[in-house]
Design a protein around this ligand. Structure first.
Ligand SMILES: Nc1ncnc2c1ncn2[C@@H]1O[C@H](COP(=O)(O)OP(=O)(O)OP(=O)(O)O)[C@@H](O)[C@H]1O
Ligand SMILES: [Mg+2]
Length: 379
C-alpha cells in the first residue's frame, strides 16, 4: 500500500487531506456538525437516560460500553456546569451593545473558521491592539456565543490558553469578544507537508499543550477541538503557544451524540455509528486521542488516517497493528518515528478510551528522541 495522506496548507484555516493516488481530496472541518451543547449536564438528565446508564450515587454514572462497565465520576463536570451557568447569566446581563467601529479600528483579518471571523483591532482612544472574534448573529445562538465566551474567560489565566480582555459585545450583526492577538498566526501555518516541524518545536508544543489540556481537565471540562488551527503562535519557534477556540468545550460527562462529521482527530468511539444511540458521556480521553493525532502530524507532516472508520485503510492498518502487536505490522508512515515516540502515541491513541493514557503521559517522553535516527526506505 502506498502512502497517500499528506497535509496541505491551503489559504483557509482548515486542513486539507489529499489523495495523491486513490483518494479524492477532502476538506476537514470541525469535529461536530453543530456546536450546541447536545445536552446540558444535570442529574435529571442522567436519570432520564435509557437503559445503558444507571445512576449510582449523586455524582456517578455507570456506563456500559462495548461489553464493559465503567463508572464515571461526574462531580467535576457538574461543578464546571454550575459555574458556567452562573457566568452565563451574569454575562448575558452585562453584554455591551455597540457597533464595533465606534470604539475599535479594524486593522486586518487574522483568520476565519467555520463559525466566526477574527480581526485585529485597536482601541480608538488607547491604541491597544486586540483580536476580536465576530460570530454572525444570523448563524449563532446567543446561548452558544455566551458559552464559548464564558468557557474561554474561565480558563484564560493559564499561560498556554489565550488571554481574554473580559469584554463581550453585541452589535446589530454580530456577537463578539476581545482577546489577545497572536501575530505569528497558528500552528498549521508552520507545518511542512510530508515533513512536519523541527523536533524541538514539536516538543515545546506538546509540553505547553499538555499543560493547557491538563488544566482544562482539572476544571471538569473537555476541550474537544485539538487541531493546529486552534493553536496560536506567539513566536516562530513555538516557545509560546496558546490554545484558542472554546466553542466545542463541554463539561465532562456531557452526552455527545456519535458524530457524522468525522476528521482524523475524532476518537474512534465517536465514529462508531449513529443510529438511535443516546450518546457517550465525554471525558478527557477524547482530548488525549486528538493530541496523539496532532503530535503525529507535527512529527511527520502526514495525518495518520483520514477518518477513524473501518473503511479507511490507513486506520484499519493501525487497528491491525494494535491487535497483532507485531513490529512488522508497523504502518509505513509511522517508521520515521523513534520507538519512544511510537510508544507515546500508542498510549494516546489506544483504541479503547479506558486504556488511553492521560495527556500528561507525554511528559515522560520529552527527554527522549521522537524521530528515528535512520530515515525509512520505501517498501
Ligand atoms: N487571537 C488570535 N490571533 C491570531 N489569529 C487568530 C486568533 N484567534 C483566531 N485566529 C485565527 O482565526 C482562525 C479562526 O478562529 P477560531 O478557531 O476561533 O474560529 P472558529 O470559527 O470557531 O473555528 P473552527 O472552524 O475551528 O470552529 C484560527 O484558526 C486562527 O488562524
Ligand atoms: Mg477554530
Amino acid at each position: 500500500m502506498t502512502l497517500s495522506l499528506a497535509l496541505l496548507l491551503p489559504n483557509s484555516s482548515s486542513i486539507g487531506c489529499v489523495a495523491q493516488e486513490t483518494r479524492r481530496s477532502v476538506t476537514l472541518q470541525a469535529i461536530m456538525p453543530g456546536r450546541h451543547p447536545s445536552c446540558s449536564l444535570t442529574q435529571s438528565h442522567f436519570n432520564s437516560s435509557r437503559g445503558r446508564r444507571e445512576r449510582l450515587g449523586t455524582s456517578e454514572v455507570l456506563w456500559h460500553s462495548r461489553g464493559q462497565d465503567f463508572v464515571m465520576d461526574l462531580t467535576l463536570g457538574m461543578e464546571a456546569q454550575a459555574l458556567l451557568e452562573d457566568m452565563l447569566e451574569i454575562t448575558a446581563q452585562n453584554l455591551v451593545h455597540m457597533e464595533v467601529t465606534e470604539h475599535y479600528k479594524i486593522i486586518k483579518e487574522l483568520g476565519k473558521g467555520k463559525y466566526g471571523q477574527v480581526v485585529l483591532v485597536t482601541h480608538r482612544k488607547r491604541g491597544t491592539p486586540m483580536a476580536l472574534k465576530l460570530l454572525p448573529k444570523a448563524s449563532t445562538k446567543l446561548q452558544n456565543f455566551l458559552y464559548e465566551y464564558c468557557v474561554a474567560l474561565s480558563l484564560s489565566t493559564h499561560p498556554a490558553i489565550v488571554g481574554m480582555f473580559g469584554i463581550a459585545i453585541e452589535s446589530s450583526q454580530h456577537y463578539g469578544f476581545l482577546y489577545e492577538a497572536a501575530l505569528h498566526r497558528d500552528l498549521i501555518s508552520i507545518i511542512k507537508p510530508k515533513a512536519g516541524i523541527p523536533e524541538p518545536a514539536a516538543k515545546l508544543c506538546a509540553k505547553q499543550l499538555v499543560s493547557a489540556l491538563d488544566f482544562i481537565h482539572s476544571r471538569g471540562l473537555v476541550y474537544r477541538d485539538v487541531k493546529p488551527e486552534n493553536i496560536l503562535l506567539f513566536d516562530r519557534h513555538c516557545r509560546c503557544i496558546k490554545l484558542t477556540d472554546f466553542g466545542l468545550t463541554r463539561p465532562q460527562g456531557t452526552l455527545l451524540r456519535l458524530v457524522a462529521g468525522i476528521i482524523p482527530y475524532t476518537a474512534p468511539e465517536l465514529s462508531r455509528g449513529t443510529g438511535d444511540t443516546p450518546g457517550l458521556p465525554i471525558d478527557a480521553s477524547l482530548d488525549a486521542w486528538a493530541l496523539g493525532v496532532l503530535i503525529f502530524c507535527l512529527l511527520t507532516g502526514y495525518f495518520p488516517w483520514e477518518k477513524t472508520v473501518p473503511e479507511d485503510s490507513f486506520f484499519e492498518d493501525f487497528v491491525e497493528w494494535q491487535q497483532s502487536g507485531l513490529e512488522e505490522d508497523l504502518p509505513f508512515h509511522w517508521r520515521p518515528l523513534s520507538r519512544d515516540a511510537v510508544a507515546m502515541l500508542q498510549s494516546l491513541l489506544a483504541l479503547e478510551p479506558l486504556k488511553r493514557g492521560p495527556v500528561r503521559r507525554v511528559l515522560n517522553y520529552l527527554d527522549r528522541p521522537w524521530r528515528a535516527e535512520v530515515a525509512p526506505t520505501k517498501p
